[in-house]
Every structure is written in structure tokens, then in C-alpha cells.
Design a protein around this ligand. Structure first.
Ligand SMILES: *[C@@H]1O[C@H](CO)[C@@H](O)[C@H](O)[C@H]1NC(C)=O
Ligand SMILES: *[C@@H]1O[C@H](CO)[C@@H](O)[C@H](O)[C@H]1NC(C)=O
Ligand SMILES: *[C@@H]1O[C@H](CO)[C@@H](O)[C@H](O)[C@H]1NC(C)=O
Ligand SMILES: *[C@@H]1O[C@H](CO)[C@@H](O)[C@H](O)[C@H]1NC(C)=O
Ligand SMILES: *[C@@H]1O[C@H](CO)[C@@H](O)[C@H](O)[C@H]1NC(C)=O
Ligand SMILES: *[C@@H]1O[C@H](CO)[C@@H](O)[C@H](O)[C@H]1NC(C)=O
Ligand SMILES: *[C@@H]1O[C@H](CO)[C@@H](O)[C@H](O)[C@H]1NC(C)=O
Length: 487
């Protein structure tokens, strides 16, 4: 038994935790809430060896040769020690083209509690895990083609990060990420990136993380400008949110719609749909509980809403299909497992802790606060209104954060481009002349529904396009401060 699973048993007691993908399963309920009153706050995830931390500094391994094997492309991995017992893992890849002028994109996976190495090895990184999980191959559609890329495992406890697990909300996570970035940009190796355009790209629970982090960075910039705090101003220019959970009240009806009717096949029988529909709308049902949470509800109100809605609405409506890609029965073996591979290269890249896809203690901390059901749409509106170019994207074969829910969230956006957005129709989005999805633009806001893509959009393909080709076109256009446009 690994030290990690020992910690889980100690903290979740009778609740059973499993993680197939980005969003954990508790007692058989995807996105469920562990039925224990004590949380893992102040529990510790320890480093595997005897490590000396350097608070306020980076510990860096340069050019490990793992993953990015393109000649002359710089990479670095390691830790930013944000406190004595809080070490945040990062992995940086310079752009393959023009790294000295390219912008910087941060990448965060969701969970909560899931590692951003998922994005690196399964989706958009310089290499991809092979189907037999044995090795990696170079990804010609990596997002570091024209951007510098920084993957961050957060909060502490996630992936290779380790230390005290004292984060249980997206807001607390934002503060630690901001502190990490202060350390990152203070290091002479990375200081020249501070003035470049900065982007946050994220997915899944990142529908909370992205807007919350971005709004927090902007408010910290204001506090620096008014000399309330001291620090480095973050040059935030872009936010990208894929298949995200942002506004549960707008999004949960999407499960009912999508299960009944989507571009592929119904997921469950009509009796399952009508039962979930009454769980949604009954007087003490899911809708009422999310509403109570959003109207100043306590942590326990929000936590109960998460438990009820995921047990009675999200869970049953998936039927036997993989919730991340409904063209496969559950579980889809794709994208392939890379746990053994990443642990096999851990020492080469300077990692000091045992990696797992998802940390159950971190997840439990968030489940206890009910952060899941809180609404991140106001932060998204703030960020768009502040002039940060924003794209919301979603794969049309994803159930767990499906396009019906995401489009309802987009439709509910109350921001300076709302009027234009409402007048726009969804139009074809083509890549090299091939249909790749539907999109619309309004000011510096864009939305795209990607054909044939599951939850991890860049991991998929459509028609005769290459894996990740459509996602890279989207990323490149937005990073160049352009609206989405067909090619
Ligand atoms: C937690 O819930 C599971 C599933 O409902 C149940 O088997 C277990 O006994 C519960 N544990 C506690 C401590 O209540
Ligand atoms: C991935 O592989 C690891 C190591 O073999 C295993 O512990 C884990 O359960 C696997 N994950 C999935 C989702 O199959
Ligand atoms: C850990 O490393 C420090 C610094 O090198 C050393 O002083 C200490 O004795 C080591 N502790 C153990 C348990 O090896
Ligand atoms: C860090 O963790 C160690 C080991 O659990 C503990 O002894 C120490 O007090 C902690 N330090 C801080 C600053 O939390
Ligand atoms: C890997 O598996 C996926 C999903 O089954 C499949 O579409 C793809 O063609 C496979 N890739 C290779 C290189 O065989
Ligand atoms: C869900 O219930 C509402 C009434 O509460 C009804 O209007 C609607 O048609 C139902 N939807 C489905 C898909 O059954
Ligand atoms: C991005 O484009 C918008 C709209 O065209 C423009 O207002 C803004 O100044 C541009 N931002 C940068 C950093 O060039």
C-alpha cells in the first residue's frame, strides 16, 4: 500500500474514493461528498525523500529531456516553495517558435484535486502518452508551438505538489497560485516572462478556478497599484475555459437535456429522465438546493446540494456511457493511463512526491465547503468586462460538463458584450476547410462547441483532422488576441 492510500483511508473513513478521470467518484457517486464530518484540512502530504525547502524560491531541474525532445527547446520542472510546508509543482516548456517573444500560458486541470499533468500527457502538452501506456510520442499540435507553457499542480497535495493541505475553496487556491507566480517571476530564469501577455487556460473544475484566479489576479494588480500590497503585477490578457463547471444553477438542467437528446444517442430511458427531472425541480430538489447555496448558503447547504444533485441528477442520467466521452461505454480506456509512466520519470524531472491522478484529501476539503455549487459566473463577467480576451469551449461528446449546460451558462452571462452575443447565431468553425465545430464571437468574448470531442478537448479528433489540430487552431487565434475564425 502506498503512503497515499493510507492517508485516504485515514481521512475518508468509510467513504470509498476512486478516481478514473478528472472528477473523483465517492461511494459510487461521481462528484459525491464523503460522509465524514472531519476534513483533511491541515493534513500533510509528505515528500518521498528528505527534501530541504527554500521558502520564497524555486527548486529547478532544467532540460530533463523528458517529454519535449524537440531540438533546442528549453524546459524546466520543479517546485516553488510558497511556505515552509507548501511546495507547488510546475513544469515549464518554452515555445517551439520564438520563445523570447511568445506569450505565457498557464494550464490547470480540475477535480478538484486533479493533476495538471493530465493536460500535459493526455491533451495539449509537447508529448502524448501512447495507447499502451508504455511511452510518449511528440505532439505536433502541442500548445507550446507558439506559446510558452507552464503546467501547475495545485492546490498543495495535488499531483507532485506536497505539504500541508489547507486549501478547500477556489478562492484559497487562487491566493496560493498567485504566491507561486510571484516566486516564479522573481527567479532570474523566468523574470523575462513577466512582461509578456499572460493567459490562464483550464478545464473542468477550472470553470471555477479560471474565473476565480483571473479575477483575483486583477484585484491583486489593483492592490499593488494602490500600494495596499507589494508584489509583481501579472499581465493577464487571456482566459480560456474548457468543459467547465462555472454556474451550476444554469448548467445542471443541461444534464437532463443532454441525456435525452444530444448529437449521438440518448443516454438513458425516458423514465430515468423524468425521475431526474423531478429531482431537479421538486420543492426541496436540486434546483432549490443550489439556489439556497447561491443565496448566501452555508458550507453545509452547498455541500448537501452537491451531494444531492450529483446523486440524483448528474449520476443517474449518464446511463452506461463514459461521462467524459459518450461515444464509449464506461470506462473508455482513452485517453490512456500514464500513472506508471510519470512515476517512472519522476526522479529525472526533479519530482519529490508520489504522483497520482487525483488527491482524495484535497477533493474532500473542497466537498466540505460546497465550493462546487458556488457560482463563478460573476468572476467570469468581471474578467471579461476588464478586457481580458476570453474563450469558453466545450466538446460535444462530453456529458459531465456538456454543451447544453455550458451554453446556458454563456447565455446567462451579464457582461458588456451580452447584447451582441444574444444576436449572434452559432456559425460553422472550420479548420483547413473541414467542419470542426460551431462558434460565435462577441467583442473579446468567444464560444466554441467542438465536434467529436470529449471532456479533454485537445485529446480528440473529428473527420480527417489530426488529434488536437482544431484545439490548437482555437488556442493560437485566442492567444494572438484574435476572435475565432475559420480557416
Ligand atoms: C458512508 O456512506 C457509505 C455509502 O452510503 C456507507 O456504506 C458508509 O457506511 C457510510 N459511512 C459512514 C461513516 O457513515
Ligand atoms: C492507472 O494506473 C495506475 C497504476 O497501474 C492504477 O493504480 C490506476 O488505478 C489506473 N487508473 C485507472 C483510471 O485505471
Ligand atoms: C535531512 O537533510 C538535512 C539537510 O541536509 C539534514 O540536516 C538532516 O539530518 C536530514 N534528515 C534526515 C532524517 O535524513
Ligand atoms: C511542517 O511539517 C512538519 C512535519 O509534520 C512539522 O513538524 C512542522 O511543524 C511543520 N511546519 C510548519 C511551518 O507548518
Ligand atoms: C488510440 O486509441 C484511440 C481510441 O481508441 C484511437 O482512436 C486511436 O486511433 C489510437 N491511436 C493509435 C495511434 O493507435
Ligand atoms: C421536466 O419537468 C418540467 C415540469 O416541472 C416539464 O415542464 C418538463 O417538460 C420536464 N422535462 C423533461 C425532459 O421531462
Ligand atoms: C486585443 O484586442 C482588443 C480588441 O481588438 C483590443 O482592444 C486590445 O487592446 C488588444 N489587446 C492587446 C494586448 O493587444
Amino acid at each position: 500500500m502506498s503512503p497515499f492510500s493510507f492517508v485516504l483511508l485515514a481521512c475518508l473513513s468509510a467513504s470509498a474514493f476512486a478516481s478514473l478521470r478528472q472528477i473523483p467518484v465517492v461511494d459510487g457517486i461521481i462528484g459525491g461528498v464523503p460522509n465524514v464530518t472531519t476534513t483533511a484540512t491541515n493534513k500533510l502530504k509528505v515528500a518521498a525523500g528528505n527534501v530541504t525547502t527554500k521558502v520564497g524560491q524555486l527548486r529547478v531541474t532544467e532540460n530533463s529531456g523528458v517529454c519535449e525532445t524537440t531540438e533546442g527547446v528549453y524546459s524546466a520542472s520543479g517546485y516553488g516553495d510558497i511556505a515552509q510546508n507548501k511546495s507547488i509543482w510546475f513544469w515549464y516548456f518554452a515555445a517551439r517558435n520564438n520563445p523570447d517573444t511568445a506569450p505565457l500560458a498557464l494550464w490547470f486541470n480540475g477535480g478538484p484535486g486533479s493533476s495538471s499533468m493530465i493536460g500535459l500527457f493526455q491533451e495539449l502538452g509537447p508529448c502524448r502518452i501512447t495507447n499502451d501506456s508504455s511511452t510518449v510520442v511528440l505532439n505536433p499540435y502541442s500548445w507550446n508551438t507558439n506559446a510558452n507553457l507552464l503546467f501547475i499542480d495545485q492546490p498543495v497535495g495535488v499531483g507532485f505538489s506536497y505539504g500541508t493541505l489547507d486549501v478547500g475553496t477556489s478562492q484559497e487556491a487562487a491566493d496560493d497560485v498567485w504566491t507561486f507566480l510571484q516566486i516564479f517571476f522573481s527567479d532570474s530564469k523566468f523574470a523575462s516572462l513577466l512582461d509578456r501577455d499572460l493567459a490562464i487556460w483550464t478545464e473542468s473544475y477550472g470553470g471555477h478556478y479560471g474565473p476565480t484566479f483571473a479575477a483575483y489576479f486583477l484585484s491583486q494588480n489593483e492592490a499593488i497599484a494602490s500600494r495596499t500590497i507589494s508584489g509583481l503585477t501579472l499581465n493577464l490578457k487571456v482566459l480560456g475555459v474548457g468543459d467547465g463547471l462555472t454556474d451550476p444553477l444554469s448548467q445542471y438542467p443541461g444534464y437532463i437535456t443532454y441525456a435525452a437528446s444530444n448529437p449521438y444517442h440518448p443516454l438513458v430511458s425516458s423514465s430515468v429522465i423524468s425521475q431526474a427531472n423531478s429531482s431537479w425541480s421538486s420543492s426541496s430538489g436540486c434546483k432549490a438546493q443550489i439556489t439556497a447555496c447561491n443565496n448566501g448558503g452555508s458550507n453545509s447547504v452547498c455541500s448537501s446540494a452537491q451531494s444531492f444533485c450529483n446523486d440524483n441528477v448528474l449520476g443517474p442520467l449518464a446511463g452506461n456511457y463514459d461521462v467524459y466521452f459518450i461515444l464509449s461505454l464506461n470506462p473508455d480506456p482513452y485517453p490512456p493511463n500514464f500513472t506508471n509512466y510519470i512515476n517512472s520519470v519522476a526522479s529525472k524531472i526533479g519530482a519529490e512526491a508520489t504522483w497520482s491522478m487525483s488527491n482524495g484529501d484535497v477533493y474532500a476539503n473542497f466537498a466540505a465547503t460546497g465550493d462546487w455549487m458556488r457560482n463563478s459566473r460573476p468572476d467570469l463577467e468581471t474578467v471579461i468586462n476588464a478586457g481580458v480576451r476570453t474563450v469558453v469551449y466545450v466538446g460535444d461528446a462530453d456529458y459531465i460538463l456538456n454543451f447544453n449546460g455550458v451554453e446556458a451558462m454563456v447565455g446567462a452571462l451579464d457582461m458588456k458584450f451580452s447584447d451582441i452575443l444574444k444576436e449572434e447565431e452559432l456559425e460553422d468553425y472550420t479548420v483547413d476547410g473541414q467542419a470542426a465545430g460551431l462558434h460565435k464571437n462577441a467583442g473579446t468574448f468567444s464560444f466554441i462547441r467542438v465536434y467529436g470531442a470529449g471532456h479533454e478537448v485537445p485529446a480528440y479528433t473529428h473527420g480527417t483532422l489530426h488529434y488536437g489540430q482544431a484545439a490548437l487552431q482555437m488556442f493560437t487565434q485566442i492567444m494572438a488576441n484574435e476572435s475565432l475564425s475559420s480557416t
